[in-house]
Structure formats: C-alpha cells, structure tokens
Design a binder for this molecule. Structure first.
Ligand SMILES: Cc1ncc(COP(=O)(O)O)c(C=O)c1O
Length: 478
C-alpha cells in the first residue's frame, strides 16, 4: 500500500511548494552554494572566509517577522542567517563565508554534513531504522546506545557484575530529548532520594556553582537565581567554583540537609571556566560524608573528549551524569542520564520526552561515539594544540587578555575589559569567524569557541592567526 500525499487539490510535496519558492531561486541558490562547498578544498575555503561570494546566485529567503523578539524578530532585512554548511564552514543567506568556531550551537560534534555520518544515516534508513517510535518498544539502536554509554562509563568492567551492583553507574535513562529534561531528571532523583533517606532532616539544599546553567526548566532556573520567590521548602546554596574552603564551610553548615551538588566540569555558560579536578574530588568526598548525591552536567563537555565523558579524565566518579547536545552530532536532540542503579526510583512519566528513545538518532549517536573512539589520539592532540595556541595569544596581548580558559576544544579568551571583548567579537564576525561572547552578566568578558572535532592544524592556525591580527589592529578602538 502506498499512501499518497497527493490529491488533485494539492501540489506534490516538494522544496518549491513547501518553502513557497515560486521562482525556484531559493532552491537554486542552496544547490549552488552546497555544490561550491563540496567542490572547494579546505585551503580555498579558508582563503575566502569573511568574503561575500558574489559569484553564487542570490535568492530571497523567508524573513523572521513572526519570530519572538529575543530570536531576532526585528531583523527582517538581509540577515546573515545560515544557508548551507559543510564541515567547519557555512554560507549565510547573503553568501558570506564563515568559519564556524562553535560547532553550531555547541552541538554539531562532527561539523556540518559529515560524510560518514550522512552515509550512516542513509544506511540506517535503508535498513528500516525508523526515525522514532513509542518509547515502550525501544528499537535496537536505542538499546545498543544504552549499553555503549554504560561501557564508556565503566571501561573494562565485567558486565554481569556491573549489572548486579546498584552502587555502580549501570542505569541509563534515554527516553529524553533535551538536556533540560535530563538535568531535571537528575534533580528529581536527588529530591526523591532525599525524601526517602533524609525525610526528617528539614528542607533539602542544593549546592550549586555560581554561574551555573542546567537548562531552562523552572527548577534549573531556580538554581541560577530565578523564580526564588515562588519556591518554598527548598534551599539553594551558591558557591564560587574552585573555592574549596567555601565548599567545605557550606557542606559543614548544611550537613545532611544537602540533597545534591551539581556542576559542569567546564562552565561554558560562565566564560569557559574550568572547574579544577581537585575541587570536584573534594565535592565527591563531601557528598559522601553528608549522604548527598553528586551530578556532573556533561551537556557541553560530553562527546568532546577522547573518553567521551570528561569526568573520566578527572579522577572521581559522580552518582549521576547528564549527557546530550552533541550526542547525535546535531541530527535530532537526544539526551541521557546515567546513574547508579540504586537511585533508580523515577517512574516512566516522571522524566520523559515524546521524542526521546528515537531510533535513528540513537544510531547516529553510536556513529558519533565510534568516530570519537577512532579519532581519540587526534582529538587529544588537536585539543591540546588549539588550547596552547590560545594561551600563546593571551601571553602576547597581556594588555587586552587576562588568560585562555577551558580545556581542549572548549575554550574562552578572557578579556580584561568587557568593551574589548565585545569589540573583538564584532571584529571577528566581520572577519568571518563565528565565535560567541559572554558579556551579558556583570564581570563577564570572554569570547568562546568550541570547534567541531574535525578541526585540523591548518584551520586552527588560520583561526588563531585571524584572532591575532584582530588583537593587533584592534579596529574597535579606532
Ligand atoms: C551545561 C548545560 N546544561 C544543560 C543545558 C540544557 O540543554 P538543552 O538546551 O538541550 O535543554 C545546556 C544547554 O546549553 C547546557 O549548556
């Protein structure tokens, strides 16, 4: 049986009809732009970064007049919005070529349209792997992904012993689409365990790092200071990262009332600040002493290190690990919460997304992980190299830069003055470097990058060279 989308009344499904591309200009412009990116060498593309490629055809694209204000509603005239991408490069609708230094919104682990992942995707579809289905009947790739994440968290473990030991990281919640839901699930587990184990202790306390970002759920937002007037019988104690004495004092003050401690290993939402391993190890010890749970939010760091999860490099083991963002290399959001089996008390509808457990996305996630494993040495080496180059840059311009932050591909250039960070960011965009700046909170003045893992030396040198030139010329000061 073939279900037709056609009828006499409607045009067949096509790019032209769906995109209201009556003249065919948009389809033509996209095809030509894509063909250009595919035919050009990386070297040629680097030489053209920042230029408007006026030989490519122009087109009219839909505008953003119906968008929310905070998403650019006011920008309806010729925006530099995304048109097509390949690897680390993308062309805007105005045909300007950019080098994407942030892997999309930090989720395009292998850049745009990675050939092996594209082939895997088509192979999956051809084999009958469906895009999605009901979570109660998970398809093979979802089950395989669960096993793979457990293997990554417990390298070399005897799987039978692992399964029967509730103190080990042997349970995965994969029925969730976004990082927000995964973080929310971790927080609910903390609350639920607190209720079971410490009911008489008083209102639970979350110990949390200043500048945290664990998604857009109302409780996660409460952790960063929002909505506090609407919460009762729950306390949040915010501490400065890498300040061990304050952490000790806080745990000593609240004792068994601490329900949980949650942290990102690299605070990409606080100027790429690295949380020191010793600090996280101390948090682990204090959680053990007070019976609190420890969660690491690896939404940003996960899938960007050779070990896949960064905590595995830092010499401690959390109780809960939040993963998402780059897991499927941007195909479709799929997130995961890994935790100790003994904490497994949530019911199905306590933490679920309709689009969690998606089979094709899980298949892509397995491909993403395999690429990380195959390229582990390169990822280690390139991450170190890129970071060293940023440190060298910081040393070269001490009048502007305080330091380079982060680790590996997740980096920040901390400026002494916010005006310089903003000026640099503007100049970088004009040069064709898509970077982000953290300057919207008082004291924030950091330019962020998180290259996709296809970064090579030539491109890293180009990017750092372009940054060096901008720092030297300082166009915003003229
Ligand atoms: C550290 C961290 N946690 C949680 C989230 C929320 O993830 P999502 O946007 O998929 O809900 C983000 C998103 O940027 C994040 O960076």
């Amino acid at each position: 049986m073939v279900l037709q989308s056609r009828s006499d009344q409607f045009a067949p499904l096509s790019f032209a009809s769906l995109m209201a591309d009556v003249s065919g200009d948009m389809g033509h412009a996209l095809a030509q732009a894509k063909a250009f990116l595919e035919a050009s060498s990386s070297c040629d593309l680097l030489a053209a970064v920042g230029q408007e490629l006026s030989d490519l055809p122009e087109a009219r694209f839909p505008d953003k007049r119906w968008f929310q204000r905070s998403y650019g509603r006011s920008v309806t005239d010729a925006p530099e919005d995304f048109m097509v991408g390949r690897g680390l490069f993308y062309l805007t609708e105005q045909r300007r070529l950019f080098l994407d230094c942030t892997a999309g919104h930090y989720q395009m682990t292998w850049g745009y349209d990675h050939p092996e992942l594209r082939a895997l995707l088509l192979d999956g579809i051809a084999r009958g792997i469906v895009w999605d289905n009901h979570s109660n009947i998970p398809a093979a790739p979802v089950k395989r992904l669960a096993a793979k994440l457990i293997e990554l968290a417990n390298p070399g473990a005897d799987l039978d012993l692992l399964q029967s030991d509730g103190r080990r990281l042997n349970t995965v919640l994969l029925g969730i689409a976004t990082g927000t839901v995964a973080c929310g699930a971790a927080l609910k587990i903390m609350l639920g365990i607190y209720r079971r184990r410490k009911r008489g202790a008083g209102p639970p306390v979350f110990v949390i790092l200043d500048g945290n970002y664990h998604g857009t759920d109302v409780l996660a937002q409460r952790l960063r200071g929002m909505w506090s007037e609407y919460f009762a019988n729950l306390e949040v104690s915010t501490v400065q990262p890498n300040a061990p004495e304050e952490l000790e004092t806080t745990f000593a003050r609240f004792g068994e009332r601490v329900a949980g401690f949650m942290a990102e290993p690299i605070m990409m939402n606080r100027e790429a600040l690295s949380v020191e391993p010793e600090y996280l190890q101390l948090a682990r010890r204090l959680c053990d002493e007070t019976g609190a749970l420890m969660a690491v939010d690896e939404i940003q760091t996960g899938f960007w290190f050779p070990e896949v999860m960064q905590w595995r490099r830092l010499d401690f083991e959390p109780d809960l690990v939040v993963l998402g963002k780059g897991m499927t290399s941007g195909l479709h959001p799929l997130s995961a919460l890994l935790y100790r089996g003994e904490l497994d008390h949530l019911e199905q509808y306590d933490a679920i997304s309709t689009n969690g457990n998606a089979a094709l996305a899980a298949y892509l996630a397995l491909g993403c992980i395999a690429l990380i494993e195959h390229n582990a040495a390169h990822i280690e080496e390139m991450g170190r190299y890129y970071h060293e180059q940023l440190w060298a840059l910081a040393a070269e311009f001490p009048d502007l830069l305080v330091e380079a932050r982060g680790e590996g591909y997740l980096s920040g250039l901390k400026f002494a003055r916010v005006e310089d960070a903003l000026g640099f960011h503007k100049a970088a965009l004009a040069r064709g470097l898509w970077l982000r700046v953290h300057a919207y909170h008082p004291g924030h003045s950091t330019v962020l990058s998180k290259f996709a893992l296809v970064l090579d030396r030539e491109t890293a040198d180009f990017a750092v060279g372009a940054m060096r030139e901008i720092l030297r010329v300082r166009p915003w000061r003229q």
